[in-house]
Design a protein around this ligand. Structure first.
Ligand code: ATP
Length: 360
C-alpha cells in the first residue's frame, strides 16, 4: 500500500533563485521522513514537487518506481495536508472525511464504513455528526488526517500541520501523528522548521539550508554526528569555538581557538591550517576536575537558569564568548555562582570539528 519516493538530482529554480539545488534521496515505503530547515530553505518547494503542484526544473521524482513527470496532483498516489487545514467548516465531520470518496463515486454504504474506520484510526469515533466548528484544534487536525487518508494515498505529505496549535497540543499531536503513521504504514513526508518535532517523530530527517540537503540521518545521528556547521548549529544548542586547525591525526583535530588548543573529532578530515569551528553540546561540558591538562575552557559565570529537571549555566570567556553548560538537577551539581571563575572541560569524543561554511 505505501510506496517509496525517490528524488534524483532534483533542482527547482524560480528566475534567478535556486530554491532547491540538486537534491537526491530515497524515502523508503512506510517511512516517517521529515525535511527540517529554517524558513526559505526550500522544504515547501520539495513537497510541492512531490505532490505534483510544481515540476522540477531539473531531475526526476519517482513514486513507487513510477516517473512522475507530467502526472498532475490528482493522478499521483499522494495526499497533502496544509497548516490551515482547509476543512469545510459547515459540513459534518463525516461529510468532510467522505468528501474525496464521494468525488470518486464511492457508494454511500462504503463511504459510511470507511468514515467509521478512519474515525477509529484517529481515535475520535464519537464525532461523526458534529460540525467542524464544534471541534478543538487538535481534533480538527485529526479529522484533516482522516480526510487525507480516506482516499488511500500511498504517500501522505504534511506541510507544518501542527504549527497553528498551542505548545501542549502540538506535543500531544506529535505522538498521535506517529501512532497514526505506524498503524497505517503509509509513507509520511513531513516538513517542519521545528527540530523537536522532527527529532521525536521521524525515522529519518533531511536537514536543509538554502536549497541544499545538508544531511540525511536518524535524529540521533543528526544530533550527535552533524555533517556540517549548519547542522551542528541548527539542530540543538551548541557551543562554538572557532579557530584554525593546528594538527590532525587519527580522526581527531586540535584547533587553535581564543581559549587555547581544543581537541575534537575530525569527521571531515580537516588539515593543519584549515579554518574550523569546534562544536560542543551544552550537556557535554562539565567543570574540569583538578589537574585537567587538555581541553580546558576558562570562563566566568554570568547567570544560572533553573528549569526544574535541568540547570543551565551561562558563562563568558575569551573575548566575551558565550558558553552554555546544561546539567541535570540532581542536587549535587556545581553551584555556578554569578561572577565566579570556572574551568570547564569536555572529552575529545564529545566535540566535533567542522569547516565553518554556512552556519545557521
Ligand atoms: P517556509 O518555511 O517559510 O515556507 P520553505 O523552506 O518552505 O520556507 P520555500 O517556500 O520552499 O521555503 O522557498 C524556497 C525559496 O524559493 C525561497 O527563497 C522562496 O522565496 C522561493 N520561492 C518559493 N516559491 C516561489 C515562487 N513560486 N516563485 C518565486 N520564488 C519562490
Amino acid at each position: 500500500m505505501s510506496q517509496d519516493v525517490a528524488l534524483d538530482h532534483v533542482t527547482m529554480r524560480f528566475g534567478s533563485v535556486t530554491a532547491v539545488r540538486d537534491v537526491s534521496l530515497t524515502i523508503a515505503a512506510g517511512e516517517f521522513f521529515s525535511f527540517l530547515g529554517p524558513s526559505g530553505c526550500g522544504k515547501t518547494t520539495i513537497l510541492r514537487m512531490i505532490s505534483g503542484f510544481m515540476e522540477p526544473s531539473d531531475g526526476r521524482i519517482r513514486i513507487g518506481g513510477r516517473d512522475m513527470r507530467g502526472i498532475g496532483p490528482n493522478k499521483r498516489p499522494t495526499a497533502l495536508i496544509f497548516q490551515n487545514l482547509a476543512l469545510f467548516p459547515l459540513m459534518t465531520v463525516a461529510d468532510n472525511i467522505a468528501f474525496g470518496l464521494e468525488v470518486r463515486g464511492v457508494a454511500a454504504a462504503d463511504r459510511r464504513r470507511r468514515v467509521r474506520e478512519l474515525l477509529e484510526l484517529v481515535a475520535l469515533p464519537e464525532v461523526a455528526d458534529k460540525k467542524v466548528t464544534e471541534l478543538s484544534g487538535g481534533q480538527r487536525q485529526r479529522i484533516a488526517i482522516a480526510r487525507a487518508l480516506a482516499v488511500e494515498p500511498a504517500v501522505l505529505l504534511l506541510d507544518e500541520p501542527l504549527s497553528a496549535l498551542d505548545l501542549k497540543l502540538r506535543q500531544h499531536m506529535r505522538a498521535e501523528l506517529r501512532a497514526i503513521q505506524r498503524r497505517t504504514g503509509v509513507t509520511f513526508v513531513y516538513i517542519t522548521h521545528d527540530q523537536g518535532e522532527a527529532l521525536t517523530m521521524s525515522d529519518r530527517i533531511g536537514v536543509m539550508s538554502r536549497g541544499v540537503l545538508e544531511q540525511v540521518g536518524d535524529g540521533q545521528t543528526v544530533y550527535d554526528d552533524p555533517a556540517t556547521a549548519f547542522v551542528a548549529s541548527f539542530v540543538g544548542e551548541a557551543n562554538r569555538f572557532p579557530g584554525t586547525v593546528l594538527d590532525a591525526a587519527d580522526g581527531r583535530a586540535a584547533v587553535d581557538t581564543p581559549f587555547g588548543r581544543l581537541l575534537g573529532r575530525n569527521p571531515r578530515g580537516l588539515k593543519a591550517g584549515d579554518r574550523a569551528i569546534l562544536f560542543v553540546r551544552p550537556e557535554r561540558l562539565a567543570v574540569a576536575p583538578d589537574g585537567t591538562a587538555d581541553n580546558r575552557v576558562e570562563a566566568r559565570v554570568s547567570h544560572r537558569d533553573f528549569e526544574g529537571a535541568f540547570v543551565n549555566a551561562f558563562l563568558t570567556g575569551a573575548g566575551d564568548r558565550r558558553i552554555v553548560v546544561q546539567m541535570p538537577h540532581l542536587g549535587s551539581e556545581p553551584a555556578f555562582v554569578p561572577g565566579a571563575a570556572a574551568t570547564l572541560t569536555f572529552r575529545p569524543a564529545d566535540a566535533v570539528v567542522l569547516p565553518p561554511d554556512g552556519e545557521a
